[in-house]
Design a protein around this ligand. Structure first.
Ligand code: ATP
Ligand code: MG
Length: 876
C-alpha cells in the first residue's frame, strides 16, 4: 500500500520522466494577483506564464501545490472528499504539449502506474469537445460507454484569467458507497463516484466582462487531489481515513476522549477539527496572520470554526498545539516552513485559541438568548447590528453565527450586518491613522543606540547579503514579521541610500528563499543607524537571519542622474545669474528634480535658455564625476560649494564634475556627466521673497516628457480634426465660435424657460382648494429643475409644485410648497410618496424637497397619483 508521501513523490517522478521540471509548492498567498485571496489550485502560481505576461522559463512543470478552498468549508467532514486545505498534484504545459499528449499520459498514470482497474474508471468531457472524446477513445483506448458528457466541464481559477474545457477522471468506489438513489451516477453528490483528476485544456483568457479570447498559446493544467488519490489507493472509506489524516484525527479524538467511527456526529466534528487545524497550520506557515479582513479573516474564521467544533466534542482546554505537532511531524519534511516558522505558528495558535476560548462561552450564551427572544417574538431574522455585535464583542465570525442560527431555522440580516461592519471599519481606519503619528518607541531607540552607525555600502554595491539585526512592529521588538506586516528593520550594513541632502531614499527589496519584503522608506537616525521601513509581501522574515538586500537599480540610476543634474544646474545658475545664487533646498527623485535658490527677479525666457544650454553643454562634454573625502577646511579652500548654514562633520565628501562643479555632497551620482542625458527645465517660479524654484527632468524622464508633449499634441490635433501644425489657428477659430454660441444659447434658454413656465401655469389643478402643478418637464440637471420650479413659484404665489424630469435613465424630482406649511402640507413627505412610484426615494424640508427615481417609465403614473397623495396628506 502506498503512503500519501509516496503517492506525492510518484506523481512528481512520473511527470519528471515526461520532461517536466519539478518545482516546490508556491505560497498559499498568490503573488501579485489581486483577483485571488488564496491559492485555490495548482495552476495559480503559473497564471503569468499561461497568459504570457512573463515568458515561461521552462515549457513543462509539475508540482504538489498547497491549496485552500473556502467554498468547500461546509462540506468538510460531511462529504468524504472535501477539505479546506488540500494538496493538488499537477502537471503543466506552457504552450508546449496539449490534449493529445496529456490524455494518454493521464491514462497511463492511472491505469499503469497506480493500476486502478479500468472497469472502475469513468471519464467526462465537455459535449462540444469532440477532440478530447476522440483522444480518450483512440489514444487511451477507453471504452466509449465510459466517456460521459458534462456541460459543466469548463474550468477557471477565479473570475478573470485563463480557462478552457476540461475532462475529469472518476473512480467508482462501489455500489455500497452510493446514496442508493435510482439515478446515482457520475456527478452525483454522494461519495460513490469520486472525481480524482481534472485535466484542463486551457485555451482562452476571460476578462473582467466575461469575454473569452483565445490565449496566445494553448496550455495544459491538471489537478489531482492527493488526499483523494490516497483514499482510493489505500482503500480508505474517506480522505480522513488515509495516513495523511488518520494520525491527526486520532490525536483530536485522544484529546477529546472520544472514539472515532462510533457516532456520525462525533466523526464530523473530529474531521472538521483535524481538517481546519491542518489548514490554519499551513496558512500560518506561509505568513498569513489572523486578521479582520482579507485572507487573515479567512484564517481566523477557519480557526474559530475548529475551536467551536472542538467544543462540541467536549474539548475545553487548548488543543491546537498538540494537534499542530502531529501535522508538523507528518508534513514538515516536505513543507519545511512548518518547522522554520514554528514560533510564528504557535504564537498565533495560542493567542487566537486563548482569546476565542474565553469569549466563546459568553458568545454562545448571548446567541442562545437572542434565539430565545427571536422565537418569543415569532421572528426569524437576527438583526445586522446584533450579528455584528457578536462578532465585535465575542469574536463570532458572522458565518459562524449564521451557521448556529441555521441549526434553529433562523437567519441573519446580512445587509444590516454589512452596514454595521462598514461603519466600524471607517472608525477603525481613523484610529489607525492616529496611531501612525506615534513617536519612536523606547525599544527602538535603545536598539538604535546599541547598534550605532550602520555602514552604508551603496556607493559601491547595489546588492549584498546582510543580517537582520532587529525587527519592530508597532514599536515592539518582534522575532518575525509576516506577509502584510509593516516593520521597521535594522540591518548589519546596508546598500540602501537613506533620504538625505534632498535625495530620496532608494527603492528595493529584501529577500530570502521564502520571503520577500518591499522597502518603503529608509532614514538615518541620530545614532547613525539606518531605519528601514518594510512591507513584508511574502513569507516570514526572522530576526538574525541573512537576507539579500537589493537596490532597485533603475530607480537608483534615474535618481543619480537627477542629482548630478542638480549640481550642474547650480553651477549654471551661478554662471548665468551671478554668484549670489545660493541653494535653498532641493528634492531629487527618480522622476524629477526641484531646486530652490536665492535670486530676486523672475528669470527671463532668455536666462532660462542660457542656463539650459550651459547645463547641457556640460553634459555633452562628458566630464568625469569624482568623489573625494577631505577635511572641511581643505574642501572649502578648494572652492567647493557648501550649503549655507549647514553643519558639516570634520571630514566631508566632495563631488566634482570636471572643473565645472564642485560641491560638498553625500549623494549618489552618475559616473560621468554624459550619463545624465538631456536636462529640460519644466518651470521656474517664485516661492517667497527672494526665493525661486526650478523644476527639471533628466535622462529618461526627459524622453518621457517630450513623448508626453508629442502625444498631447497629437491627441489635440485628432480631437480638433486638424494637422498638428495648424493647431493654433484651429483653436483660435473655436474660441470665437464658442463665445458666439454661448451668447445665443443664453438668449434661447431664457426664452424657452419662460414659455415652458407659462405653459405649466395653464395646468394648475385644484385639490381640495389647494392649487397644484404636477408635470413632467425637460431639465438637464437638478439645478435647471430647481430654477424652473422657482420661476413657477413666483407666478403661482400659493400652491404646490411637483416637477419630474427624466435624465439619463433616471428621474429627478423637485417639490415646492408655498407658502411654507400651506394647509399643513410638507414638501419632503409629498416627494417621498411620489418618488417611491418611480422606484426611488428622497426627502427634504417642508417648503422644498428633492428626490431621485430609477424608472422614468413610471413618471406619468407617479404624476397621475399626485392629487391622491396630496389629498391623503390634507385629510390627516
Ligand atoms: P468537487 O466537484 O469534488 O468539489 P472540483 O470540481 O471542485 O471537485 P477541481 O476544481 O477540478 O475539483 O480540482 C481538481 C482536483 O482537486 C479534484 O479533482 C480533486 O481531486 C481535488 N479537489 C478539489 N477540491 C478539493 C477539496 N475541497 N478537497 C480535496 N480535494 C479537492
Ligand atoms: Mg469543488
Amino acid at each position: 500500500m502506498y503512503t500519501g508521501n509516496e503517492l506525492r513523490e510518484m506523481f512528481l517522478k512520473f511527470f519528471e520522466s515526461k520532461g517536466h521540471k519539478r518545482l516546490p509548492s508556491a505560497s498559499l498567498i498568490p503573488k501579485d494577483d489581486p483577483t485571488l485571496l488564496l491559492t485555490v489550485a495548482g495552476m495559480v502560481p503559473f497564471k503569468p506564464y499561461f497568459m504570457r505576461k512573463v515568458e515561461p522559463p521552462f515549457p513543462r512543470a509539475t508540482t504538489a501545490q498547497k491549496c485552500v478552498r473556502t467554498p468547500d468549508l461546509e462540506n468538510v467532514g460531511v462529504t468524504a472528499r472535501h477539505h479546506t486545505f488540500f494538496e493538488m498534484l499537477g502537471n503543466f504545459s506552457f504552450g508546449d504539449y496539449f490534449k493529445s499528449e496529456v490524455i494518454p499520459w493521464a491514462w497511463e498514470y492511472v491505469t499503469e502506474v497506480l493500476k486502478i482497474p479500468v472497469n472502475q474508471l469513468w471519464i467526462t468531457v465537455h459535449p462540444e469537445d469532440e477532440d478530447a472524446r476522440q483522444l480518450w477513445l483512440e489514444k487511451a483506448g477507453v471504452q466509449p460507454e465510459r466517456i460521459l458528457n458534462d456541460p459543466e466541464n469548463l474550468w477557471a481559477a477565479g473570475p478573470v484569467g485563463p480557462c478552457g474545457y476540461c475532462s475529469e477522471i472518476y473512480v467508482d468506489l462501489g455500489i455500497e458507497r452510493g446514496c442508493g438513489k435510482p439515478d446515482c451516477a457520475v456527478g452525483c453528490d454522494c461519495d460513490r463516484f469520486l472525481e480524482i483528476w481534472n485535466l484542463v485544456f486551457m485555451q482562452y483568457n476571460r476578462d473582467e466582462n466575461g469575454m473569452l479570447t483565445p490565449l496566445p498559446k494553448q496550455n495544459i493544467d491538471t489537478g489531482m487531489g492527493l488526499e483523494r488519490i490516497a483514499a482510493v489507493m489505500q482503500g480508505a472509506e474517506t480522505n480522513f481515513d488515509t495516513d495523511l489524516f488518520r494520525p491527526i484525527i486520532d490525536k483530536v479524538a485522544e484529546i477529546a476522549g472520544v472514539q472515532y467511527h462510533v457516532e456520525a456526529k462525533t466523526d464530523i466534528a473530529l474531521k472538521v477539527v483535524a481538517d481546519h487545524t491542518r489548514a490554519v497550520s499551513f496558512m500560518l506557515s506561509d505568513g498569513i496572520r489572523p486578521g479582520r479582513d482579507g485572507r487573515g479573516y479567512v484564517l481566523r474564521r477557519i480557526l474559530r470554526r475548529a475551536i467551536r467544533y472542538a467544543r462540541l466534542l467536549g474539548i475545553d482546554k487548548p488543543f491546537l498545539e498538540p494537534v499542530f505537532r502531529i501535522i508538523q511531524r507528518d508534513y514538515a519534511h516536505h513543507y519545511p516552513e512548518l518547522k522554520e516558522n514554528e514560533n510564528f505558528i504557535l504564537n498565533h495558535l495560542r493567542l487566537e485559541e486563548k482569546n476565542f476560548q474565553a469569549t466563546l462561552e459568553q458568545g454562545t450564551l448571548m446567541i442562545q438568548e437572542k434565539v430565545k427572544s427571536l422565537q418569543e417574538a415569532v421572528e426569524n431574522i437576527l438583526s445586522g447590528a446584533d450579528a455584528f455585535n457578536l462578532y465585535e464583542t465575542y469574536g463570532f465570525p458572522v458565518e459562524l453565527t449564521e451557521e448556529i442560527l441555521a441549526e434553529q431555522g433562523l437567519s441573519v440580516d446580512m445587509a444590516g450586518y454589512e452596514i454595521a461592519a462598514e461603519e466600524h471599519r471607517r472608525l477603525a481606519k481613523e484610529q489607525s491613522q492616529q496611531m501612525r503619528a506615534v513617536q519612536e518607541s523606547p525599544a527602538i531607540a535603545a536598539k538604535a543606540k546599541a547598534l550605532g552607525t550602520t555602514s552604508f555600502d551603496g556607493y559601491d554595491v547595489l546588492g549584498e547579503n546582510v543580517k537582520i539585526e532587529a525587527l519592530f512592529v508597532n514599536g515592539e521588538a518582534v522575532t518575525e514579521a509576516a506577509e502584510g506586516d509593516e516593520v521597521l528593520c535594522f540591518l548589519s550594513q546596508t546598500p540602501f541610500y537613506a533620504e538625505s541632502g534632498g535625495q530620496v531614499a532608494d527603492l528595493g527589496i529584501l529577500r530570502t528563499v521564502r520571503a520577500e519584503a518591499q522597502l518603503l522608506e529608509v532614514k538615518k537616525g541620530v545614532t547613525g543607524t539606518y531605519y528601514h521601513k518594510l512591507l513584508v509581501t511574502q513569507g516570514i522574515l526572522h530576526t538574525g537571519e541573512m537576507v539579500e538586500a537589493l537596490v532597485d537599480q533603475e530607480a537608483r540610476k534615474a535618481t543619480a542622474r537627477h542629482h548630478s543634474a542638480t549640481h550642474l544646474l547650480q553651477a549654471a545658475l551661478r554662471s548665468v545669474l551671478g554668484e549670489h545664487v545660493q541653494q535653498a533646498g532641493s528634492l531629487v527623485t527618480p522622476e524629477h528634480l526641484r531646486f530652490d535658490f536665492t535670486h530676486f527677479h523672475a528669470m527671463t525666457e532668455n536666462e532660462i535658455q542660457r542656463v539650459e544650454d550651459q547645463l547641457n553643454q556640460a553634459i555633452l562634454g562628458n566630464l568625469s564625476v569624482s568623489t573625494a573625502q577631505m577635511g572641511i577646511e581643505e574642501a572649502k579652500g578648494s572652492g567647493a560649494t557648501a550649503l549655507f548654514g549647514e553643519k558639516y562633520g570634520d571630514v566631508v565628501r566632495v563631488v566634482s564634475m570636471g572643473d565645472y562643479s564642485k560641491e560638498l555632497c553625500g549623494g549618489t551620482h552618475a559616473r560621468a556627466t554624459g550619463d545624465i542625458g538631456l536636462v529640460k527645465i519644466l518651470s521656474e517660479g517664485g516661492i517667497g521673497a527672494g526665493l525661486r524654484r526650478i523644476e527639471a527632468v533628466a535622462g529618461l524622464a526627459s524622453l518621457d516628457y517630450t513623448r508626453k508633449l508629442d502625444a498631447e499634441r497629437l491627441e489635440l490635433a485628432q480631437l480638433l480634426k486638424a494637422q498638428p501644425a495648424d493647431l493654433t489657428k484651429r483653436v483660435q477659430g473655436l474660441v470665437t465660435q464658442v463665445h458666439d454660441l454661448e451668447k445665443e444659447l443664453q438668449q434661447q434658454t431664457a426664452k424657452m424657460a419662460k414659455y415652458e413656465v407659462e405653459g405649466l401655469m395653464q395646468r394648475v389643478k385644484e385639490v381640495e382648494g389647494v392649487a397644484v402643478i404636477a408635470a413632467a418637464v425637460q431639465a438637464s440637471d437638478m439645478d435647471a429643475l430647481r430654477n424652473m420650479a422657482d420661476m413657477l413659484r413666483d407666478k403661482l404665489k400659493s400652491g404646490v409644485i411637483i416637477l419630474g424630469a427624466p435624465v439619463e435613465g433616471k428621474v429627478n424630482w423637485v417639490t415646492l410648497v408655498n407658502p411654507t406649511g400651506l394647509s399643513g402640507l410638507h414638501a419632503g413627505q409629498i416627494i417621498k410618496e411620489v418618488a417611491k412610484i418611480t422606484g426611488g426615494g428622497g426627502g427634504g424640508r417642508p417648503d422644498m424637497a428633492q428626490a431621485g427615481g430609477k424608472d422614468p417609465a413610471k413618471l406619468g403614473e407617479a404624476l397621475d397619483q399626485v392629487p391622491r397623495i396630496i389629498q391623503s396628506f390634507l385629510r390627516k
